[in-house]
Write a protein that binds this ligand. Structure first.
Ligand code: FMN
Length: 323
């Protein structure tokens, strides 16, 4: 399982913090990278499009400053997320900006495209593509992705339905490149479990919503702290694609989580088209989160979350050593 060097040499914990619509901002990415894990954000969070250049400049300057002041603990590389879906009418412009900045890692979701991968490879960037099953995994690698993010059941935002074991077993039968595991990972022992099950790195989202840096309503952060797996509702009503959301936010919007109507994939839109208003509302008022939220018991700076995960990861390794 050969990890490309930006992922192998510069991480202090085998974790990539996942991109989250609205929630991820430069402050969170900088805090994650300087704490030693990959930080990431969806390019669509930088609005208008011209803000993407400012965000990337701010992140690169902050990481360079950190490296100059902390040569013994340099920052982990950052990643950007491109939504490769027909409803994303910013894709071409965002891709051009990503190529101009030579973003070290690019996470592609909701569509695999050879031309997008080629553009990122042109400057030596690494492409990780997220998939919810083995069929999509094969397609992503055929189109030229360097690695896979296996999004298993229980993940926040758009999630799969398969057990992480099933998904990793099938992918590892034919693919020995970089694989990340996503879904309800919010404790250091789960990071180690992801590696034991065949992943190289863990992909962690929801745990970083309850951080001081995240761009989330304080009530959203508190609901992450107060909720457990039983409070997560799986529905396709809000974006046309199945995802996991906090029950409390659905109730607060006046809906009954037990009887949500079905939607269809043609309803999917990423907030850049003419119906941007209604879609933005889906993520702003209906709050996404995965089943791992039970492990989060306080709103804290992202560096503290990384410290907690690291201590738990080391304790889990020690426990196994003693078994
Ligand atoms: C609020 C929220 C927004 C998300 N937005 C995106 C996104 O814009 N692009 C993307 O690729 N994944 C997105 N995700 C999915 C995450 O990248 C990741 O797969 C997931 O958070 C991992 O599961 P966990 O939250 O249980 O740790 C989002 C997840 C959440 C919770």
């Amino acid at each position: 399982m050969a990890l490309p060097s930006p992922l192998k040499d510069r991480l202090r914990l085998p974790v990539v913090a996942s991109p989250m619509f609205i929630v991820s901002n430069p402050e969170l990415v900088i805090a994650q990278c300087t704490a030693g894990i990959v930080g990431s954000f969806p390019t669509l969070n930088a609005r208008p499009q011209s803000a993407l250049r400012e965000w990337l400049t701010r992140i690169e300057e902050a990481l360079a400053k950190h490296d100059a002041n902390n040569p013994e603990a340099p920052a982990a590389p950052y990643a950007v997320n491109l939504i490769v879906h027909k409803s994303n009418d910013r894709l071409a412009e965002d891709l051009a900006t990503v190529v101009e900045f030579q973003a070290p890692i690019v996470i592609t979701s909701l569509g695999a495209r050879a031309d997008v991968n080629e553009a990122i490879h042109s400057y030596g960037g690494i492409v990780l593509h997220d998939v919810i099953n083995n069929r999509f995994a094969r397609k992503a690698i055929e189109k030229g992705a360097d690695g896979l993010i296996a999004v298993a059941a229980g993940a926040g935002g758009h999630a799969g339905t398969q057990s992480p074991f099933a998904l990793l077993q099938e992918i590892r039968e034919w693919f020995d490149g970089p694989v990340l595991l996503s879904g309800a990972i919010a404790h250091g022992r789960s990071v180690l479990a992801a590696q034991a099950a065949g992943a190289d790195l863990a992909y962690v989202g929801s745990a970083f919503i309850a951080t001081t840096e995240a761009n989330a309503d304080p009530a959203y952060k508190q609901m992450i702290v107060d909720s457990g797996a039983a409070d997560i509702v799986y529905s396709n009503l809000f974006t046309g694609v199945h995802g996991n959301y906090l029950r409390g936010s659905i109730e607060a919007a006046g809906l009954d989580p037990a009887s949500l109507p079905e939607s269809d994939p043609s309803a999917m839109d990423f907030g850049t088209g003419p119906d941007a208003g209604s879609d933005a509302k889906a993520w702003r008022d209906i709050w996404g989160a995965g089943q791992g939220v039970g492990a989060v018991d306080a709103v804290a700076p992202a560096a503290d979350v990384v410290r907690r995960l690291t201590a738990e990861y080391e304790a889990a390794k020690e426990r196994l050593r003693l078994m």
